[in-house]
Design a protein around this ligand. Structure first.
Ligand SMILES: O=C(O)c1ccccc1N[C@@H]1O[C@H](COP(=O)(O)O)[C@@H](O)[C@H]1O
Length: 220
């Protein structure tokens, strides 16, 4: 539903994904990110071990919820990571059925990444706690996300699904305000767009991304 500027705006959720070092993590806490993501995927420049993520996470009690990102994880991988670090939410690249089964078995909220390339591919239902709407990766990509690739936001125009979702893919401090204005996304996720080098977060970019994502806007 469109809202004129000046009305009470709903809180726009912000997730900063792929934290590996202290400065980035501290910036997320300081500037009020809702969620931070740890990537447990070896082919990512943001890959982190359970022990490293646990050390980072323990720098601050409370703060953003800790999201663990997994790409088609087997049961052993999940068990090993969950043994090493406390995660509040699992973000999965998996089939909806596998995601649902894991959520029921592990008793942890599960988000599902949903790559799309056209409006016709937008999901009509959600079996888990939230969907992340993002572009399909380029043909030569070595990972399904975290490629700084932008979705064609126009495909989300007027899309108001009855389930929680989040916009991801190619967002950065400069374009996030336009992205939320055009899509009405209730929450946004960024990884590459707040980095000074692959896998190294920029505290300054994190601050600007969070501020710009939450600027009041007139959603269309
Ligand atoms: O960040 C990664 O390295 C990554 C690796 C494998 C799967 C997903 C990954 N990141 C997620 O991809 C999207 C978009 O990222 P970007 O902002 O375009 O870099 C986001 O959901 C990240 O959580």
């Amino acid at each position: 539903m469109a809202q004129p500027p000046g009305d009470t705006m709903p809180h726009r959720g912000v997730k900063i994904c792929g934290l590996t070092e202290e400065a980035g993590f501290d910036a997320c806490v300081e500037h009020g990110a809702d969620w931070i993501g740890f990537v447990f995927f070896e082919r990512s420049p943001r890959n982190i071990t359970p022990q490293q993520s646990d050390r980072l996470s323990r720098r601050h009690a409370g703060g953003p919820k800790r999201v663990g990102l997994f790409v088609h994880p087997d049961d052993d991988t999940l068990a090993r990571v969950l043994d090493g670090v406390k995660l509040d939410i699992l973000q999965l690249y998996a089939s909806p059925e596998r995601a649902l089964a894991l959520s029921q078995r592990l008793g942890v909220p599960v988000w599902l990444s949903q790559p799309v390339s056209s409006r016709a591919e937008l999901p009509t239902g959600c079996l888990v706690d939230r969907l992340l709407i993002e572009p399909k990766p380029p043909a030569q990509a070595t990972r399904p996300g975290g490629n700084a690739q932008k979705l064609d936001w126009s495909m989300l125009h007027g899309w108001h699904p009855p389930f929680p979702w989040m916009l991801a893919g190619g967002l950065n401090p400069e374009n996030v305000e336009e992205a939320v204005t055009l899509t009405g996304a209730p929450a946004v996720d960024v990884s590459s767009g707040v980095e000074s080098a692959p896998g190294v977060k920029s505290p300054e970019a994190i601050k600007r991304f969070i501020q710009n994502a939450r600027k009041p806007h007139f959603s269309v």
